[in-house]
Design a protein around this ligand. Structure first.
Ligand code: FES
Length: 110
């Protein structure tokens, strides 16, 4: 299965993803810059992405925890999600997301 990720510079990447992986892990492991400071514990909001509107309804709804954490993120939109809280499954094959401001790794944010 695949996901499409637009990075902080606006370039789109087609990434191979595995069932059960967090979208954040897929982005990080392919070397697309994402801060994801807490490593997926829903504690940092630096894995913030905007989900393509066509895909938004297909995701598992946000937990209260994710919603609270997103309050700390920059530039939150109705399509905002934390990518560490989205688990890959067959239904999400082809998912499109864009990295949001504030999720740049240190070296890019400087
Ligand atoms: Fe920290 Fe997702 S990696 S909230």
């Amino acid at each position: 299965m695949k996901i499409f990720v637009t990075d902080h510079k606006g370039a789109e990447h087609e990434l191979e993803a595995l069932e059960g992986w967090r979208v954040m892990e897929v982005i990080r492991d392919w070397g697309i810059g994402i801060k994801a400071e807490c490593g997926g514990a829903c504690a940092c909001a630096t894995c913030h992405v905007y989900v393509d509107a066509d895909w938004l309804d297909r995701l598992v709804p946000m937990t209260d925890e994710e919603e609270e954490r997103l309050d700390d993120a920059m530039a939150v939109k109705p399509t905002s999600r934390l990518s560490c809280q989205i688990l890959m499954s067959d239904e999400l094959d082809g998912l499109r997301v864009r990295l949001a401001p504030g999720s740049e790794p240190e070296e890019m944010a400087a």
